[in-house]
Design a protein around this ligand. Structure first.
Ligand code: GSH
Length: 95
C-alpha cells in the first residue's frame, strides 16, 4: 500500500489544505506535526538537507518527494499525484 508522509505544523493553514486533500481522496497519511514533537527542529534540518525545502507541509509519497502545498495541489490537478498513488510514480521527478 501507499506510504504517504506529511511533515506538518499544527497551526499551518497550508498543511491543513494538504491534509484535507488526502482526507477527501481517502488516502491514509502519516502526519508528523513538527511543532508538537520533541526533536522537531532536528527533523526540520534533516528535511532541509534532503529536499532543500524550508517550509511545511513537506509531502512524500512512496519515497518520492512531492513538495509543499502548492506542488501537491498542482500534482493533484495534473494527475501526477494519482499516478504516484497508483505506484506508478517512478517516472516523475519533482526536483
Ligand atoms: N508556498 C508554500 C507551500 O506551498 O507549501 C507555503 C508554505 C508555508 O508558508 N508554510 C509556513 C512555513 O513553513 C507555515 S504556515 N514557514 C517557515 C517555518 O515555519 O519555518
Amino acid at each position: 500500500s501507499n506510504q504517504v508522509i506529511v511533515f506538518s505544523k499544527s497551526y499551518c493553514p497550508y498543511c491543513l489544505k494538504v491534509k484535507d486533500l488526502f482526507k477527501e481522496l481517502k488516502v491514509e497519511c502519516n502526519v508528523v506535526e513538527l511543532d508538537l514533537i520533541e526533536d522537531g527542529t532536528n527533523f526540520q534540518e534533516m528535511l532541509l538537507e534532503m529536499t532543500g525545502q524550508k517550509t511545511v507541509p513537506n509531502v512524500f509519497i512512496n519515497k518520492t518527494h512531492v513538495g509543499g502545498c502548492d506542488k501537491t495541489l498542482q500534482a493533484h490537478k495534473d494527475g501526477s499525484l494519482q499516478q504516484l498513488l497508483s505506484g506508478d510514480g517512478e517516472a516523475y521527478d519533482y526536483d
